[in-house]
Ligand binder design. Structure first.
Ligand code: ZN
Length: 205
């Protein structure tokens, strides 16, 4: 796995795949009223802080859901304004879209020394990653992909995958989206209970 990590870092420089000793639950694509508030309730019930990589246009459409996440004290990162696949856009267009999302976040009081950014689909060109890194963003990928967006993957599949792949520092990728919705909400309590039983600290990035 060390070799895998080194190769990954070499081909994907300017990005983090794992961090420290805690385990990080991350949720992409919200905030949306159909899913995010129910997820917040579950996280609150277990006293867990997570990280939400938000799409800027969803923040503008659902400011009240944004506020719920923000007030609950979770970390909030940038997932572009329009959920762009980096490979399909010029460097300038991509950076502009990230900046537009970042302006929304900062207007609303989300301010970190190093703003968090996750490229939609995990796809951004080397030049895009380098430019964002130079602008001070921490680019966050993941090492555990639950595939909660895939309707053929059951909660039991997701739990087994997480149990097999999680280690100290793991960053686990979920989505608070309509595609993931019920299956994600069903598995989250099981994931949290398993992680806590195994003695992992659950932290926000
Ligand atoms: Zn996404």
């Amino acid at each position: 796995m060390v070799i895998f990590k080194n190769l990954t870092q070499r081909f994907f420089p300017y990005g983090v795949f794992r961090k420290g000793k805690a385990v990080y639950l991350t949720f992409d694509d919200g905030p949306i009223p159909e899913v995010t508030p129910r997820l917040l309730e579950i996280l609150d019930r277990y006293g867990v802080k997570a990280t939400f990589f938000m799409v800027g246009e969803n923040i503008d459409k659902h400011p009240e859901v944004f506020e719920q996440v923000f007030k609950a004290g979770h970390s909030i990162g940038n997932h572009t304004y329009n959920h762009l696949k980096g490979w399909d856009y010029s460097l300038q267009d991509y950076i502009d879209n990230v900046t537009k999302c970042q302006e929304r976040l900062e207007e609303k009081g989300v301010k970190y020394e190093r703003p968090l950014f996750r490229p939609p689909y995990g796809k951004a060109t080397l030049a895009q990653r380098k430019a964002l890194h130079q602008k001070g963003y921490e680019i966050v990928f993941w090492d555990v992909l639950t595939q909660d967006y895939n309707p053929t993957k059951t909660p039991a599949f997701m739990l087994r995958r997480i149990q097999r792949q999680t280690r100290p520092g793991s960053i686990i990728n979920f989505h608070d989206s309509l595609k993931s919705n019920e299956r994600m909400l069903e598995v989250i309590p099981q994931v949290i209970e398993w992680l806590q039983k195994e003695g992992y600290e659950l932290a926000a990035l």
